[in-house]
Design a protein around this ligand. Structure first.
Ligand code: NCD
Length: 321
């Protein structure tokens, strides 16, 4: 696979291959010497037009663990602040023989444009584009679910029979979109829960159920995995833009708190892609509690990104994902 642009492009076989490869990569990270020579001599550029902590550091760690050279680009301090276009930025990287471009951009579709523009021969990996897709996030989420929910040997498996409930700001969430695509490809059933104002137009055509009532959805679905989404204030106009009446009301209707946590089945894992608004969509008790796998999600992110960089940059498996 040359690029990873969307979770939608992955077949079940490709997704399972990436997850299995990520398990192999994770095993190497338990060794004392964690660095592999696999991508020695190759250059990975992190091209991040939007803020990021964990995704950027995770890609950087993954690339370095595979011995690639990593260049971090952020528009602040670059010629982008002088008005240089995406095209000229990518042409410049292409002229420097960059082997992979990991791109996060506020415009949905930017990674696709870079991959198919002819501006560069590099592999393009989408690290989040607008409200559209974030495929490596859904892969790390699937890896985390598979480890917890699919028995002692997850290798070769999808997520058959797993019930996933995703709660919150679906409207602005590329995590939710990628998650619905990937988890259902892997055999899971997904239910989205949100106020009507935070659901996108056309959500009824997505391959999932939709509910406006969290308590009812939790009681009916009895989720194996409960994923809380961040309320993405930066994508709302100042003051919340009328998406919900008040933070208190949002928390009361859609927040994960101790009573809701206590009512979940014993096996349910609690997930969040980060960064969290503690006290808004999730309480600290839920975020740090025994069922929380939020820190594991971050650790699995490195293994998944090692697998994706390896598979795209070495062309280890045919076709474009
Ligand atoms: C997510 C993102 O940027 O889409 N964060 C992440 O990559 N871990 C989710 C979010 O910002 O809420």
């Amino acid at each position: 696979m040359k690029h990873l642009l969307s979770a939608k492009d992955l077949s079940r076989e490709q997704a399972v291959l990436i997850l299995d490869m990520a398990e192999q990569m994770a095993a190497t990270q338990a060794r004392q010497v964690k660095k592999l020579p696999t991508l020695r001599g190759l250059i990975v550029v992190n091209l991040f037009f939007e803020d990021s902590t964990r995704t950027r550091i995770s890609f950087e760690t993954a690339a370095k663990r595979l011995s690639a050279d990593v260049i971090n680009f952020s528009p602040k301090g670059s010629s982008v602040s002088k008005g240089e276009s995406l095209k000229d930025t990518v042409l410049t990287l292409g002229a420097m023989h960059t082997d992979a471009i990991v791109v996060r951009h506020y415009a949905s579709g930017a990674p696709y444009t870079i991959a198919h523009s002819g501006w560069t021969d590099a592999s393009v990996i989408n690290a989040g584009d607008g409200t559209h897709q974030h495929p490596t996030q859904s892969l790390l989420d699937a890896m985390t679910m598979r480890r917890h929910l699919m028995g002692p040997n997850p290798l070769g498996q999808g997520l058959d029979g797993v019930n996933v409930v995703i709660v919150g700001d679906v409207l602005h969430s590329r995590v939710a979109r990628s998650g619905v695509d990937l988890f259902t490809t892997l055999g899971a059933k997904v239910t989205l829960v949100a106020p009507a104002t935070l659901l996108p137009v056309g959500v009824e055509t997505w391959n999932c159920d939709v509910s406006y009532n969290l308590d009812q959805a939790l009681a009916e679905v009895k989720p194996d995995a409960l994923m809380m989404l961040r309320v993405q204030k930066e994508r709302m106009s100042a003051g919340g833009g009328g998406f919900f009446p008040s933070p208190q009301e949002y928390t009361r209707e859609y927040g994960l708190d101790e009573p809701r946590l206590a009512a979940l089945p014993k096996r349910t894992i609690v997930m969040h892609p980060g960064p969290m608004n503690r006290g808004l969509e999730i309480t600290s008790g839920a975020a740090d509690g025994l069922r929380s796998v939020i820190v594991e999600q971050v650790a699995n992110g490195v293994a998944v990104r090692m697998a994706v960089l390896y598979l795209t940059m070495t062309g280890a498996e045919g076709g474009e994902a």
